[in-house]
Design a protein around this ligand. Structure first.
Ligand code: ADP
Ligand code: MG
Length: 475
């Protein structure tokens, strides 16, 4: 390589570094080498295929323009994966800093170091380890009812798949409120999938995914984390709503694409549909929505009764004397409507009382023990689309009027009411609401909310209208 090229390359690196920032630079570009400049192209190399595809899909333009700033006649940047042998030779010549190779050794960290079907172990905080599984959360203990039939069938299908089988729906995306069985179903998939020995299934909470990635970045083994993810057949991610941070999301997006494109299965759970994952960018959202999206509804009374029965049966394996009369189970199923976690809590309390006091479980005792678990009916989850539909109907405008930029009085007020209701009846943030109202700014939403709040205090007709709309939406 000509001396001149070498100098040029170090200036290009300087430009890249200041364009993308030190963090990004050291994650993705620190190991990029210049091979030669010829035929109007800069030929560069990186040590792994992953790096190559990442740089090509995210930074191709940026790299080219940094080059062109130095060599205006340059037309292309050509990126290849260099072989390890060549790297070793370079190292001998003293051309590659030792830490580069250290990084590469991490890349080839054996996958066996990753416990794919791991139970919690001493070092489960390991950045590359899976999230711990609860051995009780299996398909055997999962009760199927009207609200979860589809989610269960889809999950079962994933768990029974074999390596190389065509993937029917990808990703499988399950959403439901708290305590309705998402984690149970996902862990069941993981457990059953791994137990069949057919595929490697990795279960991660979104937090674990973030933590793993951040840790990996810190210790400069980001590549090892990615290679780990690439070595599995099914990636299961729980509580996706907690995924935060630009770089983790970019990473998640890339992982998702890489897995799906190579025919591997992704299973996701979240507390809301993809369209409501406000902090994710549009590409990820649409990719998520492109698979099978299934909602699990609230647990019906029948289902609650079956869950209670299966819980009692599970407890009786260790506590033979634990008897819960049918009337008590019926009472619990009728009155604890909230979620599966409270059903479990109720049985645990009865068990505690029964074993500590030695008294049999009776209806009286049950009523006393679970009083605080009996909550008033949860208000229904209201969707922004429903609000827009109902408000548009009420004011005799169209939903697209509400989303449009028209500023005539007959649409401005309904639009403000709809934004106000979106803020008060859903958990959506101001920016998200703005986005759902034709891409408006969050300050516009804030203004609308304040405006309606103020008017409702003064204008009884409007106050009645708003009240009526609320009631329609919540029943
Ligand atoms: P989520 O992850 O949706 O918040 P979990 O999966 O943690 O909810 O479920 C909460 C509790 O309810 C767990 O103890 C779980 O076993 C139980 N549960 C929920 N749905 C079912 C079901 N269909 N069958 C059996 N148990 C269930
Ligand atoms: Mg959960």
């Amino acid at each position: 390589m000509a001396i001149n090229d070498d100098e040029c390359w170090s200036r290009v690196k300087g430009r890249l570094r200041s364009n993308v920032g030190e963090d990004v630079y050291s994650s993705w570009f620190a190991r990029m080498d210049l091979e030669r400049v010829s035929d109007g192209a800069a030929h560069m190399s990186v040590p792994t295929r992953f790096l190559k595809s990442w740089i090509q899909s995210h930074y191709a333009d940026c790299v080219l323009s940094c080059w062109q700033a130095e060599v205006p006649t340059l037309q292309r940047v050509d990126l290849t994966v260099r072989s390890p042998i060549r790297q070793a030779a370079l190292m001998k010549e003293g051309k590659v800093p030792a830490e580069d190779l250290r990084g590469d050794r991490n890349v080839t960290r054996p996958l066996s170091a990753v416990r794919v079907n791991g139970m919690p172990t001493a070092d489960s905080a390991d950045a590359f380890g899976p999230s711990p599984l609860d051995p009780r959360l299996t398909f055997e203990s999962f009760v199927v009812g009207r609200s979860n039939t589809l989610a269960h069938a889809a999950a079962k299908q994933v768990a029974e798949g074999r390596r190389g089988d065509p993937v029917m729906f990808n990703p499988l995306y399950v959403h439901a409120g708290v305590g309705l069985g998402k984690t149970h179903l996902l862990q069941a998939v993981t457990f059953a999938g791994n137990a069949s020995g057919q595929r490697k299934v990795l279960y991660l909470t979104a937090e674990k995914f973030m933590y793993g990635f951040v840790q990996a970045l810190k210790s400069q083994t980001a590549l090892a984390f990615k290679e780990t993810l690439r070595g599995i057949d099914v990636l299961v991610i729980d509580d996706l709503q907690f995924l935060q941070g630009k770089s983790t999301q970019a990473e998640f997006c890339h992982t998702l694409n890489a897995l799906i494109d190579s025919g591997r299965q992704v299973v996701i759970a979240a507390d809301r549909p993809p369209s409501d994952l406000e902090s994710l960018d549009d590409r990820v959202r649409s990719r998520l929505a492109g698979g099978l999206v299934v909602e699990m509804g609230s647990l019906g009374e029948e289902l609650r009764l079956e869950i209670l029965k299966s819980r009692v049966a599970a407890v009786r394996v260790h506590h033979h004397g634990f008897d819960v009369p049918h009337a008590v189970l019926e009472y619990l199923a009728k009155s604890i409507t909230h979620n599966g976690r409270d059903l479990e809590g109720a049985i645990n309390r009865l068990l505690a009382h029964n074993t500590l006091s030695g008294q049999p479980v009776t209806l009286d005792m049950a009523e006393r023990e679970v009083r605080d678990l009996i909550r008033p009916q949860e208000p229904k989850r209201v969707k922004i689309e429903d609000i827009q539909r109902v408000v548009a109907r009420q004011y005799n405008v169209s939903r697209s009027d509400l989303l449009s930029s028209r500023r005539t009085a007959n649409v401005v007020r309904p639009r403000q009411v709809a934004m106000y209701l979106s803020k008060t009846l859903t958990l959506r943030s101001l920016p998200e609401i703005g986005r759902r109202f034709g891409g408006r700014d969050h300050t516009t939403v804030l203004h609308a909310v304040r405006k309606i709040e103020a008017l409702v205090g003064k204008d009884p007709v409007l106050a009645d209208e708003v009240e009526l709309l609320k009631r329609q939406l919540q029943e």
